[in-house]
Design a protein around this ligand. Structure first.
Ligand code: C2G
Length: 131
């Protein structure tokens, strides 16, 4: 049984998120998703997500190609999560290229191309302009 793990905020869920999760699942039999906590986001981006971690977990859990969801509390715990969920492959978008290569002794790592022209930040900016 090949187990794939991936991580993300998945705030204001969009097609780029669907694409990476679907493609990640194609690499294995089980897809495990670490959804980053509200506080991890604040420390990464100096703002809280629009959707709370509970809402983001609910959204990701309801996808048919996702098998298990947990909260990612820290970027530095990658190896602990990989061990805990016995993941064979870590998949990330290529905006993270090289950043998680340090787990390669224990788990294969691949970076997939991001879906062009869509991001949570852009959606937030567009919605802000519509008044
Ligand atoms: N993504 C993508 N195409 C987009 C936007 C996002 O493929 N147009 C991918 C990202 O590359 C990432 C995943 O979707 O692999 C989740 O993206 P974010 O929600 O932006 O996640 P991020 O805040 O980068 O958190 O430990 C890693 C972090 O928790 C990742």
């Amino acid at each position: 049984m090949r187990r794939v793990i991936t991580f993300g905020t998945f705030d204001v869920f969009h097609i780029g998120h669907v694409n990476i999760l679907k493609r990640a699942k194609e690499f294995g039999d089980l897809l495990i998703v670490g959804v980053s906590s509200d506080s991890l986001n604040f420390s990464k981006k100096q703002r809280y997500p629009i959707y709370s971690q509970e809402e983001r977990i609910e959204i990701i859990s309801s996808l048919k190609f996702v098998d298990h969801v947990f909260i990612e509390e820290s970027l530095d715990l990658k190896l602990e999560y990989i061990r805990k969920y016995e993941a064979n492959l870590l998949v990330m978008g290529d905006d993270w290229k090289g950043r998680f290569d340090w787990v390669k002794d224990e788990c294969e790592v691949i970076y997939l191309p991001r879906t062009p022209s869509i991001s949570t930040t852009e959606i937030i900016e567009i919605v802000r302009r519509i008044k």
